[in-house]
Design a binder for this molecule. Structure first.
Ligand SMILES: [Zn+2]
Length: 87
């Protein structure tokens, strides 16, 4: 399994560092980059994801191994919360 470069890991919040290699995890920005964003990309503060906004695309990427992370929103069922409170 050598799929490191297109692995997307679902996370609920931004990982501090890559779980695989411990590398720096940077936010990926989509859309046409502004001059400011280009500068940030050069300083390796962000990763430019390209002009196309990908639905369900990754939100963060490891600069070292390329592992990508996608923020998933935890949908809470209101009934679950209610039931938990009752216990
Ligand atoms: Zn990594």
């Amino acid at each position: 399994m050598n799929q490191e470069n297109d692995t997307i890991i679902d996370v609920t919040r931004k990982p501090r560092k890559c779980p695989h290699c411990g590398g720096k995890v940077l936010p990926i920005t989509f859309g046409e980059p502004s001059a400011e964003l280009c500068e940030k990309a050069e300083r390796r503060e962000v990763i430019l994801g390209g002009c196309c906004i990908i639905l369900d695309g990754p939100d963060y990427q490891c600069v070292d191994c390329g592992t990508q992370f996608r923020i998933i929103i935890e949908y809470r069922n209101p009934d679950d919360v209610f039931n938990r409170k009752k216990k």
